[in-house]
Design a protein around this ligand. Structure first.
Ligand code: SF4
Length: 487
């Protein structure tokens, strides 16, 4: 295998779930023509295949070479080895809708009268990336819905606050979340967080930035004990909240963390959007994935929140959970829709590095069969079913992202009622707006011309608390580069 393309070749082999053993892959670039040769040994016999393609001239040459290498290889493998196509073909990035938004900014798919030609965009996605037609249509629909929200106002920003604690760790979790520590550590974290917040607020004022959205995520922010939860909200509110804030979201993913006192605090500090995440409405699944809450907790938390305020409520569900099949998911969705949330995000289970699930599979004592995971086909049926039912209930898809190792090789989609779009969700996926991150594992991203300047707080709690000044200095550095004196 020629190593220059090992990353893109790896992407294709992983998505088609094949092992590179016995394969030799060579790529050759001559002018605008990219030729891929594949040599494969099966039972001592060698087979040779070859495919060529021409790069597009309206894209960056390097990116086009990589795309053609992938496309050639994908077609060689699916055609000659009889492998099944995958829904997204060779489209592998986390934020596929960004491609469409860039095309539109460059004028592709827009008629001289300013009308967007959806079909032309879909056709190009299918041709360039070999996606299924319904995926191309979904991507286009989401990208177009996001257009009015993703406007590049350089001084309008989002703020993300990372609270890295949960009551327990879910089987599939790959986030840098910690089981809630003793009070002394929580108090120390709060002191560090306050310094981090103060430094970010000072920069926001210095550069005349306007906060559009605040998003408190994690972890499960509502896992904090009541006193600290209220203190954290008060600090965030005091430093970042103003009349310009259009959306203030707090993740309260585990319903058993919500108490009447915490709901009052959410209300007192002007929160507009809350997430409660059932994942499944089957107790046996919740027990298996280590959520340690009940189905009744979900219903109670939702009803308490609804009764307390007119904020928007999001609920996350997962397709592909261990032991679940289409009939189980149908029941979960039915129970969730009875509650009438404003926004439902359908995730596909991803078995990622760092999760207990992945570690238990890697220790070779457990196999996929032990976890009774649904097949890719079954997972796709669940997601298709969700799409059909949600559309029927007047939800529409408004944000979408993909991850590695997703069951069914599909996508995560946020569905909402009209007007209930999570603005932060759209902005974080669009990467057209500055997001300032504070707290553990938070990232700061600042669009700067055609690139994005980044600064990352440590994922490890201890390192974050010990070395805060290093992280705030890096954040300051990129803020100064983009906003200092240039605007
Ligand atoms: S609630 Fe979320 S962040 Fe916490 S352990 Fe579960 S998946 Fe991880």
């Amino acid at each position: 295998m020629n190593s220059d393309y090992s990353k893109v070749i790896g992407d294709v082999l992983r998505s088609l779930k094949i092992d590179a053993t016995g394969l030799e892959i060579f790529n050759e670039v001559v002018g605008k023509r990219i030729t891929t040769r594949l040599k494969i040994s099966v039972n001592g016999r060698e087979y040779f295949f070859r495919k060529s393609g021409m790069v597009r001239t309206d894209e960056r040459f390097g990116a086009e070479v990589n795309r053609l290498v992938k496309k050639n290889l994908y077609q060689l493998l699916t055609t000659n080895l009889g492998l099944d196509d995958v829904p997204y073909g060779i489209l592998h990035g986390v934020r596929p809708t960004k491609i469409i938004q860039r095309w539109l900014r460059e004028g592709y798919g827009v008629t001289s009268q300013g009308v967007i030609d959806r079909d032309k965009i879909c056709r190009r996605i299918i041709k360039d990336f070999l996606t299924e037609r319904d995926k191309a249509e979904l991507l286009t629909e989401v990208a177009l819905h996001q257009l009015p929200i993703i406007k590049r106002g350089a001084k309008k920003i989002g703020v993300y606050v990372g609270i890295p604690f949960c009551k327990t760790r879910c089987l599939y979790c790959s986030f840098p979340s910690n089981v809630l520590p003793v009070e002394k550590v929580i108090a120390e974290f709060m002191e560090v967080l306050k310094r981090d917040i103060a430094a970010a607020a000072s920069a926001i004022n210095r550069y005349g930035l306007t906060v559009q959205t605040i998003y408190i995520g994690g972890g499960t922010p509502s896992a904090l004990p009541e006193k600290y939860f209220a203190e954290m909200l008060a600090t965030v509110h005091e430093n970042f909240y103003s009349a310009s804030v259009e959306e203030f979201t707090v993740e309260c993913g585990r319903p058993d963390t919500l108490t009447p006192e915490k709901i009052s605090a959410l209300k007192n500090f002007d929160v507009t959007r809350v997430s409660v995440n059932p994942q499944s409405m089957h107790q046996k699944t919740l027990d298996l994935i280590g959520r340690q809450h009940t189905v009744e907790d979900v219903v109670r938390a939702f009803k308490d929140l609804r009764a307390a305020s007119d904020w928007q409520i999001n609920m996350d569900l997962i397709v592909g959970l261990p032991g679940e099949r289409l009939a189980d998911f149908k029941l979960t969705l039915e129970k969730i829709l009875e509650l009438a949330p404003d926004d439902v995000t359908i995730h596909s289970l991803a078995i990622k590095r760092g999760s207990k699930l992945q570690m238990r599979l890697a220790d070779e004592l457990n196999t996929l069969e032990d976890f009774n995971l649904p097949s890719d086909l079954e997972v796709r049926k669940m997601a298709d079913y969700a799409a059909k039912v949600l559309r029927g209930e007047n939800f529409y898809p408004y944000y979408l992202y993909r991850q590695g190792y997703m069951s069914g090789q599909i996508e995560n989609v946020g569905w909402c009622k009209r007007g209930a779009e999570g603005i932060y969700n759209v902005q974080i996926m669009g990467e057209q707006q500055t997001i300032i991150g504070v707290g553990a594992a938070a990232s700061t991203k600042i669009p700067d011309g055609n690139r994005i300047q980044t600064a990352f707080n440590a994922k490890d709690l201890k390192t974050y608390m010990q070395d805060l000044e290093r992280y705030t200095a890096r954040r300051e550095e990129i803020l100064a580069q983009v906003y200092g004196g240039r605007n």
